[in-house]
Design a binder for this molecule. Structure first.
Ligand code: ACO
Length: 372
């Protein structure tokens, strides 16, 4: 047996959803640079689920399906009020609420493609509502119901703040959602595929994926980056702070990647957005600190920033609570998880690798009174 730690370089599935080839990320063959520049997040959802860009009527239909499915069962909203709200992380709330959604979906355990597509629509539509509603309820505010005429990105911002969102914020959110939508066999997508490969239901797959995304080595890194920027406080402190961390062999969040070694193609878009938004909102220090950190970490460790690094200052500039950064990642990535789950069902085989045993050899059972 050869053990490949962390499954690095192991090809564990075929997929036609997205690819990373020569440090270029494509969704169904479309370069993310092109999609970020020209598409809407709704078009990207359609692309991932149908493997082609939608026509205008197809896009309208998807938008209509999403906007009419965004309301939550009242039991899920009521559930938030029973949580120990002052210490529950929004990712934990999201994980619980998504699992709870299954209880109120009469198609939850139906496995035919039509029922699975209905569930995909509902999950994609309801996850932003969960994130926004939880964010408000924990502050003692009433949830804001979704508005059907708004785009996906605008509706999320509206449900979060209760105010008409600013066009620049909508554009930034839309682009961020596109950039986070899918990423080949990343840890949370793999988790989703492993889960549904047992022929478990979609809600189980998405709940499992949310759990995997929550960790700081994966989606949780964007919140950790913001925590670091807040701790550093000012560009003058960057040098000492980062060098101390490197001396202590601590990881700098938002840097490094399992697949990209020459740079994450998503990071440049977020870097541009960070410059624009931190300038517009009069908080240039967050961009300035980020640039300084990047210079040191790429110089010392040859590690380029990943998608999470500049997304932190982008979301901060949009006035979003820092612990909502990873749930926003989930709002986007659920589109990719769903595409992969549907693909897994189409050509399923149980995913069950082996482990090399490193424990003791054969032992004889010793009764409890004879044990030392
Ligand atoms: N800061 C400092 N050193 C790092 C970093 C970092 N961010 N990332 C990797 N290294 C170092 C490791 O310490 C290790 O050094 P060593 O060989 O001297 O022990 C070497 O680079 C290899 O690192 P691994 O952790 O083994 O690399 P792996 O491919 O397993 O991990 C990962 C990739 C998890 C992304 C890693 O780079 C990391 O922890 N980064 C910080 C967390 C982060 O930003 N995660 C988000 C990733 S993107 C996403 O999931 C959306």
């Amino acid at each position: 047996m050869t053990v490949t730690r962390g499954l690095e370089g192991v090809v564990a599935a075929t997929s036609s959803v997205s690819s990373i080839i020569n440090d270029t990320l494509t969704y169904v063959g479309y370069n993310i640079d092109d999609l970020t520049e020209n598409a809407s997040f709704e078009e990207v959802i359609y692309l991932l689920w149908h493997r082609k860009l939608p026509t205008a009527p197809q896009l309208d239909q998807l938008k209509q399906q999403l906007s009419s499915s965004a309301q939550l069962p009242h039991e899920v909203l009521d559930g938030f009020k029973t949580y120990p709200i002052d210490r529950v992380h929004p990712m934990a709330a999201l994980r619980t609420a998504v699992s709870q959604l299954a209880l109120y979906d009469s198609e939850a355990d139906k496995m035919d493609p039509e029922a699975n597509y209905h569930k995909a629509i509902r999950l994609q539509a309801q996850i932003p509502t969960i994130v926004a509603a939880f964010a408000r309820i924990r502050k003692g505010l009433e949830p804001v119901p979704p508005r059907e005429e708004l785009s996906f990105a605008a509706n999320f911002l509206y449900m979060l703040s209760g105010k008409e969102p600013d066009p620049i914020a909508i554009e930034a959110m839309d682009k961020a959602l596109i950039l986070h939508a899918d990423h080949e066999l990343n840890a949370s997508t793999f988790t989703a595929r492993v889960c549904v490969a047992t022929l478990s239901d979609i809600y189980s797959g998405i709940t499992a994926a949310i759990g995997a995304l929550k960790g700081p080595l994966h989606g949780g890194a964007n919140e950790a980056v913001m925590k670091m920027l807040m701790e550093i406080g000012t560009p003058n402190n960057v040098e000492t702070y980062i060098r101390e961390k490197l001396i202590k062999k601590e990881k700098i969040m938002g840097f490094g990647h399992r697949v990209y070694k020459n740079g994450d193609p998503r990071a440049k878009h977020l870097k541009e957005m960070s410059l624009k938004l931190t300038t517009l909102t009069g908080q240039p220090q967050y961009y300035d600190m980020s640039i300084k950190i990047e210079k040191i970490v790429t110089g010392e460790k040859k590690l380029p920033p990943n998608v999470d690094f500049y997304s932190a200052s982008v979301y901060h500039s949009l006035g979003i609570d820092h612990d909502l950064f990873t749930p926003i990642f989930a709002i986007s990535r659920v589109s990719g998880w769903l595409a992969h789950i549907l693909e897994q069902y189409e050509n399923n085989r149980l995913i069950r690798p082996r482990a090399e045993y490193t424990g003791p050899g054969m032992q004889e059972y010793v009764s409890i009174e004879r044990r030392a």
